[in-house]
Design a protein around this ligand. Structure first.
Ligand code: NDP
Ligand code: 2IT
Length: 447
């Protein structure tokens, strides 16, 4: 949808004031387009600089991280933490360790998190952070030293009521453990609710490791049911082979689908008899290898180097690696091959033009801020358990996760229909999140 003149001026100003941050511009542009019908109906939502405030982070921290590798060489990396919005609760969102991380990437992720976290209804604000540190090939002790150096600065900006980081690309429970250990040592407090995604033995929650992947699949289930389909006997292509992808594959299989491909930064594996989650776990999690290692263990699997898996015929795709990994040409091929649904496990993996192709072809398309919200929702459940010093069972927690995903699904559809965009999950997610966060901003007064 085209922007009206006032919103165009606002967007141009955001681009001017945040130069060289294309991912941030992309995320803002999509939300501004989606909320046009809301602004037409409620012009007062432009008052008091509400939109300008919504698009300007409350706080941005950048810092030097110095660490030594196993041979004694010194490395200098850059650390980031952006607190974008605390209108609905403490800043909440993951940390990403990847060489591509820069301020614009962190801002796009933190901006997306505003709407995602609002959709969960669990009283969490939005933040994101990370570093351009590249963890690939690093030893366990190098990872630990890096995490300790990173937390030595970050600790002063976070806390259970202030900002609660978790994992993202390159940050799993091992890294969260080292980060929490350093936080605990510096602050002299076992404040478990300062970080989520912790291992169970230091106050983590059951289901948090599985939550994003399982949550996406619960969302797909609801989306397919809406169209009279189920996951039974569906063919699925997943991208990525990390936390989100691995657990999505487990749940998809459990629901009767066959996942025929997944990928990592080295290429993809294809096996029409279905990817085996146990082997994937062994290769990626235990051995920390690339996917050619999978094909060495499973003779029916074919490893295709340096390519994404979008040319494989399937009913459903779950892109779960990184931003802008699925473009317009990929979308055209997928549609031609009989695709019926897409759910974004990653944040913003489909380009705007790919999303247009899906919408024009009538494909059910779920944006990441709705479909992958199960991870942060379960982080909020971990915060609850930490605050009450309680521990919930797997099945109780999983049930809350499944309910949360169904209610996000329904909220998207109801909101989309209210604004004459039936079946448009992008409009539904952006508008629902926008209405929730702006109501809170108005209640809090000008800040
Ligand atoms: P992981 O680090 O566990 O896995 C990331 C996977 O994506 C790896 O297989 C990695 O390949 C691949 N990958 C990463 N960057 C690239 C790239 N530039 N090109 C190709 N492949 C790439 O991260 P997660 O599974 O946690 O995160 C995946 C996505 O899901 C991200 O977009 C993240 O923001 C999003 N997300 C994560 C949540 C969570 O709870 N963890 C919650 C919600 C969203 P390799 O193994 O070769 O490095
Ligand atoms: O993108 C995301 O929602 C995450 N990386 C998870 C954030 C969290 O705080 O659990």
């Amino acid at each position: 949808m085209a922007l009206d003149a006032t919103t165009t001026a606002l967007y141009n100003d955001i681009v001017r004031r945040n130069p060289a941050e294309p991912e941030f511009h992309q995320a803002v542009s999509e939300v501004l387009q989606s909320i046009q019908p809301v602004l037409e109906r409620q012009p007062d939502l432009r008052d008091a600089g509400l939109l300008e405030r919504l698009c300007e982070p409350e706080r941005q921290v950048m810092f030097r991280v110095v660490w030594t590798d196993d041979s004694g060489r010194t490395h200098v990396n850059r650390g980031f933490r952006v607190g974008f919005s605390s209108a609905l609760g403490p800043y909440k969102g993951g940390l990403r360790f990847h060489r591509s991380v820069n301020l614009g990437v962190v801002k796009f992720l933190a901006f997306e998190q505003i709407f995602k976290n609002a959709l969960t209804g669990l009283g969490i604000g939005a933040g994101k952070g990370g570093s351009d540190f590249d963890p690939s090939g690093r030893s366990d002790s190098e990872i630990m030293r890096f995490c300790q150096a990173y937390m030595t600065e970050l600790y002063r900006h976070i806390g259970p009521q202030t900002d609660v980081p978790a994992g993202d690309i390159g940050v799993g429970s091992r890294e969260i453990g080292y980060l929490f250990g350093q936080y605990k040592r510096i602050t002299n407090r076992f404040d478990a609710g300062t970080l989520t995604g912790k291992d169970l033995v230091i106050g983590g929650s059951l289901v948090r490791p599985e939550a994003t992947g399982y949550g996406v699949v619960y969302f797909v289930e609801a989306m397919l049911a809406e169209r009279g389909h189920s996951l039974e006997d569906k063919t699925v292509v997943v991208s990525g082979a990390g936390n989100v992808a691995q657990h999505a594959i487990v749940k998809l299989k459990e629901m009767g689908a066959t996942v025929v491909a997944c990928s990592d930064s080295s290429g993809y594996i294809h096996d029409s008899s279905g990817i085996r989650p146990d082997v994937l776990h062994e290769v990626k999690q235990v051995r920390r290898h690339k996917l050619d290692g999978y094909a060495e263990l499973v003779p029916t699997a074919r490893f295709v180097p340096d390519k994404a898996p979008w040319d494989i015929s399937c009913d459903v795709v779950v892109p779960s690696a990184t931003q802008n990994e699925l473009g317009e040409a990929d979308a055209v091929v997928l549609v031609k091959n009989g695709l019926i649904a897409v759910a974004e496990g990653a944040n913003m993996p489909c380009t705007p033009k790919a999303i247009d192709v899906f919408h024009e072809a009538g494909i059910a398309f779920a944006p990441g801020k709705a479909a992958n919200a199960g991870g942060v929702a379960t982080s909020a459940l971990e915060m609850r358990q930490n605050a009450s010093r309680d521990r919930w069972t797997f099945s109780d927690t999983d049930e809350i996760l499944a309910d949360t995903m169904r209610s996000i699904h329904n909220a998207c559809l109801i909101t989309a229909a209210n604004y004459e965009k039936p079946g448009d999950y992008v409009a539904g997610a952006n508008i629902s999140g926008f209405l929730a966060v702006t109501s809170a901003m108005n209640a809090l007064g000008l800040m």
